[in-house]
Write a protein that binds this ligand. Structure first.
Ligand SMILES: Cc1cc2nc3c(=O)[nH]c(=O)nc-3n(C[C@H](O)[C@H](O)[C@H](O)COP(=O)(O)OP(=O)(O)OC[C@H]3O[C@@H](n4cnc5c(N)ncnc54)[C@H](O)[C@@H]3O)c2cc1C
Length: 398
């Protein structure tokens, strides 16, 4: 086991940083998490938690809280974006009561949960603080690291710096640490713009949104909607092929009119949903692909989550990969006797899996919005969510 008195610094208190902190705190390590924001808030959006991530969450000990805060649809459908016709429908929860059943398993088809991101983050935060109330340092913007007399030092804005035995960078898709290990990313703007919004379910007649969860696919367009917060809120995200926007930030405001002009070629259902979007709950961002990197770890420094494998959203697996990373890393802390070996083996273990999911997400986006989209069921090159969700990070070979 990596010695228990190893001091560990995590940069970033997003889903990756907080989950990683829990996974190592569970083994008895003292963790410091540095976050640049002055308070922890999450964007108003939904998050799907696929079975591969659920298995990890169960292992980490907070599955009960996540299940309680999650919504489970009875059925999910894939529909034609232009006609509204159902292309595929599956029963997800035969009991139909939108609660996760006690005997619910992690089956790739039935095991996915839907949760508000803010609720998920608050569960993670509570766990981290329960383990160690002094582990999170807000208002700490990491700038760089240096090696002084063989010791690793992390530097922050306002001339703060701290020595550490190990650095785990969970600083998101624009990670400074990834840049210092691998150089600048080459961004490949896919020519898609994404919009997201929230709607109060009570504003929409229930017969209009059948079934509970649906993804609409069509040439140049994808639109997905699902419920969160006991079904009281409908979360949606729409993608349209467009070349005139290149801001990757998730917090640029858009407007209902802009959404309507983009998605008015769809069905009444989508148009009605957009019209009911809550004021100030409508945002847009450009989707940029990045090539998988070959190096995550250098000595006692490594990357985790979007910092290591920023990916497109077309498999709903970005956060799930960060959660898987955390479990594999903590298992390697148990198996290896020093940080350097644990980080090296973690990189070797995770690169193939995350590269496959990165490529799969990009390919799915292109195929589900390609001209042959109605044939997606027969397309052997589609990465189904079920295939990706079969993986179990708790039992995977190390
Ligand atoms: C709209 C949307 C929907 C999504 N839906 C899903 C889904 O359904 N399922 C799924 O699995 N994934 C989903 N994803 C992807 C998922 O949200 C990301 O993969 C996940 O949030 C990555 O977590 P992270 O902690 O690695 O990075 P982030 O969430 O980006 O967190 C990085 C943290 O680091 C902090 N930070 C950055 N730089 C510094 C610095 N220099 N110093 C200190 N702190 C710093 C940031 O403030 C932030 O708190 C979705 C993404 C989007 C945009």
């Amino acid at each position: 086991m990596v010695p228990k008195d190893t001091s560990i610094t995590i940069i970033g208190a997003g889903i990756g940083g907080l989950t990683c902190a829990i996974s190592l705190q569970n083994l008895g390590y003292q963790i410091k998490v540095f976050e640049r924001a002055d308070q922890l808030t999450e964007i108003g959006a939904g998050l799907t938690i696929p079975p591969n991530a659920r298995k990890a969450i169960q292992y980490l000990g907070f599955e009960k809280q996540v299940i309680e805060a999650s919504y489970k649809p009875a059925k999910a459908a894939i529909k034609d974006y232009y006609s509204g016709d159902t292309l595929k429908e599956i029963d997800i929860n035969p009991s139909g009561n939108n609660k996760v059943q006690e005997n619910d398993n992690y089956s790739p088809i039935y095991g996915t949960l839907q949760i508000h991101r803010a609720d998920f983050q608050s569960i993670l935060l509570k766990e981290v603080l329960k383990n160690d109330p002094n582990s999170i340092f807000l208002n700490h913007e990491f700038t760089n690291f240096s090696i002084n007399n063989g010791s690793l030092v992390c530097h922050f804005k306002d001339n703060k710096s701290y020595n550490t035995d190990a650095l785990i960078a969970c600083d998101g898709n624009k990670s400074l640490v990834r840049e210092s290990i691998n150089g600048n990313d080459k961004l490949n703007y896919l020519g898609y713009v994404a919009w997201r919004g929230l709607i109060s379910s009570s504003d929409i007649p229930s017969n209009l949104i059948q079934p509970d969860t649906a993804t609409f696919i069509g040439k140049n367009k994808i639109f997905a909607r699902y419920k969160i917060r006991s079904g009281k809120i409908i979360n949606y995200v729409g993608f349209s092929k467009k070349n005139d926007w290149e801001d990757e930030s998730w917090t640029v405001r858009s407007s209902i009119n802009e959404l309507l002009s983009e998605f008015s070629d769809s069905t009444d259902e989508i148009v009605s949903l957009i019209k009911k979007t809550q004021t100030n709950q409508c945002f847009k961002w450009a989707l940029a692909g990045r090539e998988p990197i070959k190096k995550w770890s250098v000595n006692n420094i490594t990357l985790l989550g979007d910092a290591a494998h920023p990916m497109l959203p077309f498999l709903g697996q970005g956060a799930a990969m960060a959660i898987e990373d955390s479990v594999i890393l903590s298992r390697l802390f148990l198996n290896e006797d020093n940080i350097k070996d644990a980080f090296k083996k973690y990189e070797q273990n995770r690169i193939n899996r995350t590269t496959m999911v990165m490529h799969g997400a990009e390919l799915n986006g292109l195929k589900l919005s390609g001209s042959d989209y109605t044939n997606f069921i027969k397309d052997k090159n589609i990465y189904t969510e079920e295939e990706v969700a079969e993986y179990n990070p708790v039992e995977a070979a190390l």
